[in-house]
Design a protein around this ligand. Structure first.
Ligand code: TRP
Length: 329
């Protein structure tokens, strides 16, 4: 059986963008692959060093999101990163296989640095987080990493590290492959390219019905579509991106597009339709989330057991790494 590893930084609850980009694939593949899902709390500290309680709280929230969307602890292993110190050890060895210049060229890190306004004052831990991510992926010997598009540069960097390691020290690791969902990235409710948990343009998996309705009603559409009778533009209209991602009946979406383009389908009617579609999707997720939230001790146990199983795998890999590096005494 091949192995999947993927994960999220627990800096907030997960949203529809996470679902489309990666959660959906994980749920679909969890029985075909040995699946590890990492709650990356150590990585979350690379840009939240001043808010450890926020990270701690969100470990639990992200675990609830996982369980609510159908990640099944009897099929997949949920691992809390800080419970596996072997990942930090492997990161230290990998840091010698990457140059500072290469780290500075990682496009996702560059974007994030700009977004966070780090400038020259970027924490060293943040600049090197792709290396710790390479450690996460390889410690579990993952073959496949289901991620959103923005994570592709991380996988690329991981492959480079694996090649360098294997060439210098012998064939310990396999080269992982990224698996990006066909829907790519879901735009934010503001029509911006990416839904982000801290940008104020996200619909969260845990949002109540009225909040979802309010966010949809406030969504960006086609700014040229001033009246219902006028023809509207589908391209770049996030309401249609969401319908494509969440309306199971693709024919119905095509029909709406035709009517929108022809004129006569107003934004309000279209948004009402999206609210129904999202409610059909989120309703059961929300109900399961509430159910799991009632039993925090059971959730904590899922995390403890998953982390112990994950640690055993990483421990085994680190044994091989230490031998390859002549660090085994
Ligand atoms: N960087 C990912 C995010 O921002 C989280 C993550 C940490 C991850 N380690 C990983 C993703 C390993 C895939 C594989 O959400």
């Amino acid at each position: 059986m091949k192995t999947i590893l993927t994960g999220d930084r627990p800096t907030g609850s997960l949203h529809l963008g996470h679902y489309v980009g990666s959660l959906k694939t994980r749920v679909a593949l969890q029985r075909e692959y040995a699946t590890y899902v990492l709650i990356a709390d150590v990585q979350a500290l690379t840009d939240h060093a001043d808010e450890p309680e926020l990270v701690r709280r969100n470990v639990f929230e992200v675990a609830l999101d996982y369980l609510a969307v159908g990640i099944d602890p009897s099929a997949a292993t949920i691992v809390v990163q800080s419970g596996v110190p072997e990942l930090a050890e492997l990161t230290v060895y990998y840091l010698n296989l990457v140059t500072v210049a290469r780290l500075g060229r990682n496009p996702t890190v560059k974007d994030e640095m700009q977004q966070k306004g780090f400038g020259a004052d970027v924490p060293a831990g943040f600049l090197v987080y792709p290396v710790s991510q390479a450690a996460d992926i390889t410690a579990f010997k993952a073959d496949v990493v289901p991620v959103g598009e923005d994570q592709l540069p991380m996988i690329e960097q991981t492959v480079e590290i694996v090649r360098r390691f294997n060439r210098l020290y012998g064939p310990v690791f396999v080269e992982p492959t990224a698996l990006v969902s066909k829907h790519g990235r879901l735009p934010g409710t503001d029509g911006q390219s990416k839904m982000g948990k801290s940008i104020g343009n996200a619909i969260f998996l845990s949002d109540p019905t009225d909040v979802v309705a309010q966010k949809v009603m406030g969504m960006f559409t086609d700014p040229g579509h001033a009246r219902a009778e006028l023809p509207g533009t589908v391209e770049g209209n996030p309401v249609f991106s969401y319908l494509e991602a969440f309306e199971p009946d693709a024919g119905a979406v095509e029909d709406l597009k035709l009517r929108y383009r022809a004129g006569g389908l107003g934004d309000v009617a279209l948004k009402r339709r999206l609210i129904d579609v999202l409610e059909a999707f989120l309703g059961p997720i929300r109900a399961r989330r509430i159910e799991f939230a009632r039993d925090p001790a059971a959730v904590a146990q899922v995390l403890r057991e998953g982390t112990a199983r994950g640690r055993a795998v990483a421990h085994q890999t680190l044994g091989e790494v230490r031998r390859a590096l002549h660090l085994d005494g």
